[in-house]
Design a protein around this ligand. Structure first.
Ligand code: ATP
Length: 767
């Protein structure tokens, strides 16, 4: 029993003490926040009417405390009932004192002596709790590697402000806190895991922000969870250099954002930009009414269709791969360079006969000096230069013209002594002079505009489709030999898109890249660090564009190649990302093998399925030791019987669990199930669609391609009309479906529709 722990009483006393201090701090900060508009210092100066004890006088003098209290006000409020979750006893090398450090989700410093009552989990020393074993250990701080000795690693289960359990960890394996965390049911939102972060995950969270980081993690290894904790860590660690607004998470869809949204404030990560790739690209392009985006699931559905002929599928795949390739980027680069060269006007910039800026100089400005700017911004810049130079030259030219006429008039004067005769000759010259001066002035008003107008004006989409529908341009600027037939198919596919004013998801990267090269973007982009989740769905060109337009390599990429159901457009190999996208620095690469979501029994079956991929690089997940029932698998001859069984099963599971998913192969199958359930009225289930933004608890029917990233207590995998066959897409879809479950999987299939499972040994299934 917990209270048998020898230190139970002293720890309970300590907890009371910390809670007392914490509550007092909150109270004081409350007063400040509510009543005083001035500085914290003033607030504390007025405190004697509240409490005159000496400690508060000290508080007044302790700015560190004040800052900490104000900054941590929200987080301290959140941890009132659970101020910390662990304790480490650590003695740094060269330090005389062994420190007892209590680790929690906020930071609390004692005003009187600066003692850390709670150490934030993101502080450097907290790494010892996550990674250190008892005995000699080390952690990385701002100063470098700190050596020391770890004497105690203790976990607390605290509920409603009372210690429920104390667990001392001697060897890191299988800590009980993790076990109990994993047993819990799936909420409708993702959890924060600050108290149970594992050593390999801690490495990802704390990996250097300045270097690109690529994380290949098996299903359920905590990638999404870690991504959020990593941002929380950045915000804490780089508080002085970065604002939360400088960070951005790119998630696969709105529903996913909703799914992760609640954990963010808990981690103190409110103001981070959360977006989807599509939303971000639309923002950059300003995709208006003129262009629409084609349904992004259409292609996947085509590729899943067993009836569709392979040639048609190959065309889709080739086109998507090509649009996502760096080869296309090279083509765009080459073509834009040519356009740049051709854009230089044929004439010098001159007023009268005076050359102000020669054509060569103009070329220099455009092709060299302003090369760092998008092409059209260079024209704008050149405009300013021309205007400034013209202003100077105009005065000269006017002066010279006047001088010329003064000379001419003087000569007439000396030539004609007779006043009448003189006047007769002089007046036309005066008129001529005035006209000339007027003309020069008028010319110089429009001179710059006329010159700049010589530069070609092309609208982004016209430019884009011009390249994408032209086999000649594509062939000319490609560094590789491209198959002519493929190119023709590609161009005619693009012609159809152009004609219908539609773009597809794969067009975003080249379009945004082209806009970046030609026009630039309206608003300044302030994002400096990006986290991309489910990144296996991104092409090399997509990664490249994000890196280029944000002008940053502070990019964290998390994904799982085995779940790459969009591999026709995504990445199949992280090495390429490292070698071809991030060329200036060596990226960090971390693999996560441990899976936390599901039970050993479910993971073993999922591994049997994914082995069919026969990919040498496939990393099989190693489940955390947590047992459950083996998945059940039933084949049917009668689909009505199958539907009735699903209905019964959902009825049983809803009593037991918070979230249940019926994963069907595609939407039409989902609709059939929904209609059946609606008619029977015994159980309720919603059908998930891609545009849906919220994710509620209860039973939900999910088309297989929308299941990635999500998790449910129990999963029913159903295939009635569409099977799972031995194709890489089906293998991945089934793998994703199986790995969504925390506790139970039940598979319902029409006879012969699931050859992938039929060949798995019966030992993997419940009897
Ligand atoms: N250290 C941990 N302590 C407790 N729970 C954890 C830990 N790591 C991961 N989990 C849990 O494991 C589950 C899977 O996490 P998450 O969804 O982040 O994984 P993922 O790698 O993104 O999965 P997938 O690729 O399958 O979508 C979640 O329920 C998460 O809370």
């Amino acid at each position: 029993m917990s209270n048998k722990h020898p230190d139970f009483n002293s720890e309970a006393k300590h907890l009371e003490y910390v809670k007392g201090y914490l509550n007092k701090t909150i109270e004081i900060t409350d007063v400040y926040l509510n009543k005083y508009k001035g500085s914290m210092r003033e607030a504390f100066a007025n405190l004697d009417y509240l409490d005159s004890s000496d400690s508060y006088i000290n508080i007044i003098l302790n700015t560190r405390f004040m800052e900490m209290a104000e900054k941590n006000y929200t987080s301290l409020n959140k941890v009132k009932d659970k101020p910390y979750f662990a304790r480490i006893d650590f003695q740094g090398e060269g330090s005389l004192k062994k420190e007892e450090l209590y680790i929690g989700k906020a930071s609390l410093i004692k005003a009187e002596d600066n003692e850390q009552l709670i150490v934030d989990w993101r502080a450097p020393v907290a790494s010892v709790y996550y990674e250190g074993k008892l005995g000699k250990t080390s952690y990385t701080s701002v100063e470098g590697q700190e050596q020391g000795e770890l004497f105690l690693k203790r976990q607390f289960i605290i509920d409603e402000g009372k210690i429920q359990d104390i667990i001392d960890i001697d060897i890191a394996a299988n800590d009980p806190l993790l076990q109990s965390a994993l047993k819990s049911s799936a909420e409708k939102r993702l959890k924060d895991i600050a108290s149970t972060i594992q050593a390999e995950q801690n490495k990802v969270i704390r990996a250097d922000m300045h270097v690109p980081l690529i994380v290949q993690g098996v299903a359920g290894s905590g990638k999404t969870t870690i991504a959020l904790h990593r941002i929380a860590y950045f915000i804490y660690t780089y508080e002085k250099t970065f604002d939360p607004e400088n960070f951005m998470i790119i998630a696969p869809n709105k529903m996913f954002i909703n799914y992760i949204s609640e954990v963010l404030p808990e981690l103190g990560v409110e103001k981070v930009k959360q977006t989807t790739y599509i939303e971000f690209m639309n923002e950059l392009l300003g995709l208006g009414k003129k262009q629409k985006l084609r349904d992004t699931t259409e292609k996947l559905i085509d590729l899943m269709d067993q009836q569709k002929d392979q040639q048609a599928k190959d065309k889709i795949i080739w086109s998507c791969k090509f649009k996502g390739s760096l080869e296309l980027k090279n083509i765009i680069d080459g073509y834009v360079a040519k356009v740049e060269r051709l854009s230089i006007p044929k004439k010098d910039f001159k007023l009268e006969d005076k050359v102000i800026v020669s054509r060569r100089e103009v070329a220099n400005y455009i092709l060299k000096d302003y090369k760092f700017l998008p092409l059209y911004k260079r024209f704008e810049q050149l405009k300013l230069v021309l205007r400034a130079k013209l202003k100077v030259v105009k005065e000269d030219v006017l002066k010279q013209t006047e001088d010329y006429y003064t000379y001419k008039i003087d000569s007439i004067r000396s030539k004609y002594p007779d006043p009448l005769e003189r006047q007769k000759h002089i007046v036309p010259v005066f008129d001529e002079r005035d006209k000339k001066l007027e003309q020069i002035k008028a010319d110089s008003k429009t001179l710059v505009k006329k010159y700049i107008d010589e530069f070609p004006k092309v609208e982004l989409y016209d430019f884009y489709w011009h390249v994408m529908t032209n086999t000649k341009i594509l062939g000319e600027f490609s560094e590789q030999e491209l198959d002519q037939q493929r190119l023709e198919d590609f161009c005619s596919h693009n012609e159809k898109l152009q004609y219908s004013k539609t773009i597809e998801l794969e067009d975003y990267a080249p379009l945004v890249y082209l806009k970046h090269l030609l026009y630039g973007f309206k608003d300044k982009i302030t994002i400096q660090s990006v986290v991309i989740d489910e990144a296996q769905d991104f092409s090399l060109f997509q990664f490249y564009v994000i890196k280029e337009i944000l002008n940053t390599e502070k990019i964290t990429i998390l994904g799982d190649i085995s779940q790459g159901i969009h591999s026709y457009r995504g990445t199949e190999n992280w090495q390429d990302v490292m070698d071809k996208v991030f060329t200036t620095r060596q990226s960090n690469y971390i693999t996560l093998k441990q899976s936390y979501r599901t039970t050993i029994e479910i993971m073993e079956l999922a591994n049997e399925v994914i082995k069919n991929l026969k990919n040498e690089g496939t990393v099989l997940a190693e489940p955390v030791i947590r047992h459950g029932d083996k998945p059940s698998y039933k084949s049917y001859k009668d689909d009505i019987k199958l539907l009735a069984d699903i209905e019964d099963k959902i009825g049983n599971l809803v009593v037991k669990y918070k979230s249940i998913a019926v994963i069907c192969k595609n939407r039409s199958e989902g609709l059939r199930i929904k209609r059946y359930l609606d008619k029977g009225k015994k159980v309720q289930a919603r059908l998930l669609d891609e545009k849906q933004e919220s994710y509620e608890a209860g039973a939900i029917i999910v088309p297989s391609y929308l299941a990635k990233g999500l998790e449910f207590d129990a999963v029913l995998i159903v295939n009635m009309d569409e099977g799972y066959y031995n194709t890489s897409l089906d293998i991945k879809l089934l793998y994703v479906a199986l790995t969504r479950a925390l506790h139970e999987v039940h598979i319902y299939s029409m006879d012969g529709q699931n050859p992938l499972l039929d060949k798995v040994g019966i030992n993997f299934f419940a009897k």
